[in-house]
Write a protein that binds this ligand. Structure first.
Ligand code: 7GP
Length: 842
């Protein structure tokens, strides 16, 4: 131990069925890691503290100690990181380049300790130095470089790729400020900047020596090259540098460490020198700020388009850096670029990185001298596109005016791609000009703009949705014309989540119970959870299972008490809805249920002894500019407060809305939940991934027939899932007929009572106007048909109550949810991407 330059990679626990056979490592230089002993760890820690930070233990702050601890842990990963990189360099094979504007990573320390299996050693070492290990761990501010599902998915995927030893690299943006920190003032969301780098950044490795230049603006011109050919070229107006920051992506105890490369923008020297020399110091500094703005802040949007110039700059910035990095630095110097597809497949995480397609064409033609046809031939084999939405308004379009101003050469290339593509359409569907207009990469109305999803579909080898239903709707409703032209381009890869972070780390007690029952190894072979099925009827096992759940609830109660001053009752069903605040997700439907339950109790409509006590927990951030979402947050907080102050109900119901839901809080909340709320309007939630995390942690789902709920229900069984609501075709039919929410209000007394009570001002200090924005929207618009599904939801909640009263039956269902959800490992998603998109056999 201690000498980490052993020649055999530890791949024994790598994921079964990985498409990649491990190749023999040829580390050319041995790397000495610290000793894997308590003393070795303590010594490495003190070295970091004393010699790197220059601080004596006695004088060190908690922050100093946290930073030294983090650097110590990463020291143990270093040998594997270098060895993995070297092994890949010695034996170049096709790689996956994951292009994503978001990575919602969550805290790094726990995951690194798990990957290296150093938890016990680290804890003992800290104790031996008189330090509180858990306090140090709690110092870490999670890198919130993503908004929600899409960003967290990217983080799960790179975890799986490392755990499966797939040659891959994640590319993205190192935002200086990640997703805002949410606070509540008088029940209203207030956003605070997320200064995640302020304490220091122990997990990253900056490489200013490997800066890449990125150009913007200017014009294009034709010139005659050395061979007398007329060629276009770009005369950019300004540029910035991209500085790569490297992050380790450790596989699960398999000796593999992959890389996440995030780009940070800096002013180029030419850029400010020129202005400096002109004597305008203030202008030079302003210019620097301007350049650095590009990676300053994550756009806090989720499933909504954000048509801002800076965002397009961000997208082009990271994509240009990444392609250049791959071609110039990762490939061998003399590599024949007409064979590029043998070495890379770039996966486009939604449309944010789609500008990579014209950028690749530009690089191949303008910088590597390729002709159009050859460049297109290879470019159209190097990208695949994942769509993460079904809301048409969330499909990105960029005004031609802006694109021309910012990326004139790319605009030309897009026009040419479109021209040739439309020729293909006309050939396949002669005389169908309406179809041509629908499919064009350029939309004409309401303004001329580039449809990024169309561009991605034209150039991509494959287009995939993120759950079975979503992929079907994507093909048949969102992009039907493309499906008619290229039916084989469309495929599905159902999302997944990493069992390392979301079971093993988040739910240690359940993990121990699982390992004690079926043995180790399930963390990388999650279908093995099936072996738990027989234990669903085993008295000893189910008793332990219940104790684990109770322990997780107790832990959550203590966390919420410390973190938010929220005191929750000890024994109540824990009913949880955590996700971004969006109307289509229907937090208002949940709220109507709560108000209805409150009304039933306070009006004596139900007998108190018939009520199943519940604690409702919400977690949700609203995009700062999303008015209705913020009003909904305010109303939930108002209801929570009123309920907490009403002695008629406090023993039967409580509503908690801890601020700033993030990955760290998710890890505490999900393992404690009894009931998982997945109640989007059918046909609107592309997949959902929280739904998977809950099922894997033994919560039962109440949900619509939407996204991955469909597959969860199929797998866990109807009897272990509470289905409600219209099916997607019913939703579509109702929309076609014309939906009038008020008719549901008029004809359903329970619904009418709940809405009237909300509207009355009862929850808003008597002020009706404060509830009006949400209530009026529900009554007169209700775009996502909460009122239409209300009765069905209430009925399903009654079935939940009845099921929960049967303790044994509930536990049985919960165990079966765990046992049958192994499919939702992101390792399986990665295998599907490999088989269907990245390295298909045929
Ligand atoms: C989300 C989808 O809303 C969610 O259903 C899915 O599970 C997740 O992606 C991962 O596939 N979409 C986003 O987070 C998002 O920002 C932009 O979409 C189009």
């Amino acid at each position: 131990a201690g000498w980490l330059a052993d020649e055999t990679p530890r791949l024994d626990s790598s994921v079964k069925g990985s498409a990649f056979e491990p190749t023999s490592p040829r580390a050319t230089e041995p790397v000495v890691g610290p000793e894997r002993t308590v003393d070795g760890f303590a010594k490495a820690f003190l070295d970091e503290l004393n010699f790197e930070a220059g601080v004596a233990l006695k004088r060190s702050t908690t922050t100093d100690q946290y930073l030294a601890l983090a650097r110590t842990i990463r020291g143990y990963l270093m040998a594997d990181w270098l060895r993995t990189a070297e092994r890949r360099r010695q034996n170049p094979t096709k790689m996956v380049g994951y292009l994503s504007a978001e990575y919602l990573l969550g805290r790094q320390m726990g995951n690194s300790l798990l990957a290296t299996d150093l938890g016990d050693i680290a804890e003992q070492a800290m104790t031996s130095l008189g330090l509180d290990f858990n306090l140090l761990r709690a110092q870490e501010i999670e890198p919130g470089l993503g908004n929600g599902g899409l960003g967290r998915l990217a983080a799960c995927f790179i975890d799986s790729l490392a755990s499966m030893d797939v040659p891959s690299i994640g590319y993205g943006i190192r935002y200086e400020y990640g997703i805002f920190r949410q606070t509540f003032e008088e029940g209203r969301q207030v956003e605070v900047p997320d200064a995640w780098l302020s304490l220091g950044a122990p997990w990253e490795f900056p490489h200013p020596d490997r800066a890449v230049q990125v150009n913007f603006g200017g014009t294009t011109e034709q010139y005659i090259d050395g061979d007398g050919r007329t060629r276009p070229r770009w005369l950019p107006a300004w540029n910035v540098q991209g500085i790569p920051y490297h992050y380790m992506v450790p596989g699960y105890q398999n000796g593999v460490v992959n890389t996440l490369r995030l780009w940070s923008a800096r002013a180029t020297q030419e850029f400010d020198l020129e202005i400096f020399n002109s004597g305008d110091y203030a202008e030079a500094v302003r210019a620097q700020t301007f350049a650095e703005n590009i990676s300053k802040v994550l756009y806090p949007e989720d499933s909504t388009p954000q048509g801002r110039e800076l965002r397009l700059q961000q997208q082009y910035f990271f994509v240009a850096c990444s392609l250049k990095d791959f071609i110039d630095r990762t490939l061998e110097e003399d590599f024949d670029l007409t064979r590029l597809d043998e070495r890379i497949i770039f996966q486009l995480n939604d449309t944010h990185p789609v500008i990579a397609i014209p950028e690749m064409m530009r690089l191949l033609m303008d910088e590597h001298d390729m002709e159009w046809a050859a460049a297109w031939e290879v470019t159209s084999k190097c990208f695949a596109y994942t769509c993460h939405t079904l809301l048409p308004e969330a499909l990105e379009v960029w005004p031609v005016e802006l694109m021309t101003r910012l990326l004139p050469r790319h605009m030309e290339i897009i026009y040419r791609i479109n021209e040739e593509f439309l020729d293909t359409v006309r050939e396949a569907f002669p005389g169908d000009e309406l179809r041509v207009r629908r499919m064009s990469v350029i939309q004409e109305h309401p303004e001329r703009a580039v449809r990024m999803a169309n561009l991605a579909t034209v150039a991509g080898v494959k287009v995939n949705g993120v759950a079975a239903l979503h992929s079907e709707l994507l093909r048949d409703k969102l992009l039907p014309d493309f499906a008619a032209l290229w039916p084989n381009k469309f495929t599905n890869v159902t999302n997944g989540v990493t069992p390392r972070r979301f079971i093993r780390l988040a739910n240690q007690q359940l993990s121990t119970l699982i390992t004690d029952t079926i043995g180790p190894g399930w963390e990388t072979d999650l279908e093995r959870l099936r072996e738990l099925e027989p234990y669903a009827d085993d008295a000893a096992f189910t008793e332990s299972f219940r104790q684990v759940k109770q322990a997780n609830k107790d832990r959550l109660r203590s966390i919420l008490s410390q973190r938010d001053g929220i005191e929750l009752p000890e024994h109540a069903m824990l009913d949880v809805m955590v996700k971004r605040l969006h109307e289509y997700k229907r937090q208002t439907l949940k709220l109507l249920h709560i108000v209805s339950m409150y009304d039933d109790i306070t009006s004596g409509r139900v007998r108190r002894e018939d009520v199943v006590p519940r604690t409702f927990v919400f977690g949700a951030k609203a995009a700062p500019g999303y008015f209705m979402a913020k009003e909904i947050i305010f109303l939930i907080n108002s209801v929570a407060k009123t309920i907490a102050q009403d002695p008629r109900v406090t023993d039967l119901m409580a509503v908690a809305f801890p601020a700033n839901y993030n990955v760290t809080l998710a890890n505490k909340l999900i393992p404690a939940a009894d009931l998982s709320e997945q109640i989007s309007l059918a046909g609107k939630e592309a997949s959902g991934t929280g739904n998977m995390k809950f099922a894997l942690n033994g919560a039962l789902t109440i949900g619509t027939d939407d996204g991955a709920n469909v597959e969860i229900r199929e797998l866990v069984g109807d009897e272990n899932f509470f289905l409600f609501g219209m099916l997607e075709p019913e939703v579509a039919a109702l929309a076609d007929r014309g939906y009038t929410p008020s008719s549901f209000y008029e004809s359903n007394p329970a619904l009418k009572r709940a809405i009237d009570l909300l509207a009355s001002g009862h929850f808003t200090g008597g002020d009706r106007s404060l509830a009006a924005p949400v209530v009026d929207d529900l009554l007169y618009k209700d775009r996502f048909m909460a009122l239409a599904d209300f009765q069905s939801y209430l009925d399903a909640q009654a079935r939940v109550d009845a099921a929960y009263r049967d303790v044994d039956g509930w536990t049985r269902s919960a165990v079966l949810n765990v046992a049958r959800s192994g499919f939702f490992s992101s390792d399986r998603s990665m295998r599907d991407y490999l088989d269907r998109i990245w390295m298909p056999k045929s």
